[in-house]
Ligand binder design. Sequence first.
Ligand code: SF4
Ligand code: SF4
Length: 188
Amino acid sequence: MDNTLLVEGRECGKCEACCVELTIQDPELLKLPGVKCQHLSKKHGCTVYENRPKTCRDYYCMWRFMPNLDENWRPDLKGIMIRRAYNGIPKGYEGKIALNFEVIGKKSVIHDMDFIEVLGGFIVNGFPCFLSIGKPRRQTSLVFLNNKILHLIQNRNLDGLKATLTDALKHSAKNVGKKMYIEDGEII
Ligand code: SF4
Ligand code: SF4
């Protein structure tokens, strides 16, 4: 993303979700997904903040770019981290930013009306959207949602929508990748 588009005045505050959730492959830092960064201190946050790797300096989750989402959508508060998705985007969505709603807190968040309304808004407007849940040290599996839930949104079928989101989350949890390791300076 273009960091000049960050929401003005918005800060990460006490959120440290990306220091846990992201896979980082930087010349200065290797970090596995879902594993707390070695430089993250419970009391002091990032202990190398002034000299943090370029990947960390450049990265912002999508909440930092979305003025329509309020402070409750900060990932550590909401339990959802919105990340850009780059792979597995079906044809017909060219030119639209793809979004992955990654559950990082309570699974029940996917049934909150606030979540459903925001997700539904993106889907109705043609943004390709995915749902995923992470497991430590494993590549997340993203489940494409648009084709599964657009008609349920249009028909205002809330029960069907919730059931489909539950199935999508279970599917993501079942299909995480193999366990990852750091070996000889590489993530494998
Ligand atoms: S180096 Fe600092 S900013 Fe980067 S992941 Fe680790 S704790 Fe977070
Ligand atoms: S997940 Fe988003 S809000 Fe949280 S620390 Fe990272 S960039 Fe900031």
